[in-house]
Design a protein around this ligand. Structure first.
Ligand code: IMP
Ligand code: MG
Length: 179
């Protein structure tokens, strides 16, 4: 069962607000990147956002390839363990690729910084970062998003791919959990 009742989740961004922002982000990305990019979605949190984003990129005239990488820095609680491990790696050839890393939320910056370092070491030509959310108050390593959906306050958020103890990724909106 979910760790908290659905009634204690308050909407921060509605499904409509998210959809409008995703469209605008795709236009920005299409302006700044070549058409033939490799989107690397970070699982699990980035999959909902990435699924909507690639279709918006298509609408913006791009033809992205898509791959996935499972990274984890969290246990089942609300606090990061600080260590980033690869649980599932990408399978596409990335030599010379222009990569767009897509993830749910930039907090300490460790997850995405580790992924970017790895992809560049393996021969990617460029790596840009697209985050659904940014919590700028929590940065522990130097890492900024090239494209960002929303800047959020320092609260624990769920929905649209983001979980709390494995639940609530399915919410079509983004909400905060009331204490
Ligand atoms: P970072 O490595 O600290 O930037 O961690 C980011 C990762 O922590 C995200 O990909 C999420 O999986 C998780 N995370 C950070 N903040 C939240 C939150 O408010 N809600 C749910 N997951 C979060
Ligand atoms: Mg994540």
């Amino acid at each position: 069962m979910p760790p908290v009742d659905i009634h204690s989740v308050s909407t921060l961004y509605s499904a409509e607000e998210i959809a409008a922002r995703v469209e605008a982000l795709a236009q920005e990305i299409a302006r700044d990147m070549p058409d033939d990019i490799l989107v690397v979605a970070i699982l699990k949190g980035g999959f909902v956002f990435a699924a909507d984003l690639i279709r918006a990129l298509h609408g913006a005239g791009m033809c992205p390839r898509v791959d996935f990488m499972t990274l984890s820095s969290y246990g089942t609680g609300k606090v990061s363990s600080g260590e980033v491990s690869i649980a599932r790696d990408i399978s596409d050839d990335i030599q010379g690729a222009d990569i767009l890393l897509v993830d749910d939320i930039l907090e300490s910056g460790r997850t995405v910084a580790a992924a970017r370092r790895l992809l560049l070491e393996r021969g990617a030509q460029s790596v840009k970062i697209c985050m659904l959310l940014d919590k700028p108050g929590k940065r522990k390593v130097e890492c900024e998003a090239d494209f960002c959906g929303f800047v959020v306050p320092d609260l624990f958020v769920v929905g649209y791919g983001l979980d709390y103890a494995h639940y609530y990724r399915d919410l079509p909106y983004i909400g905060t959990i009331d204490d």
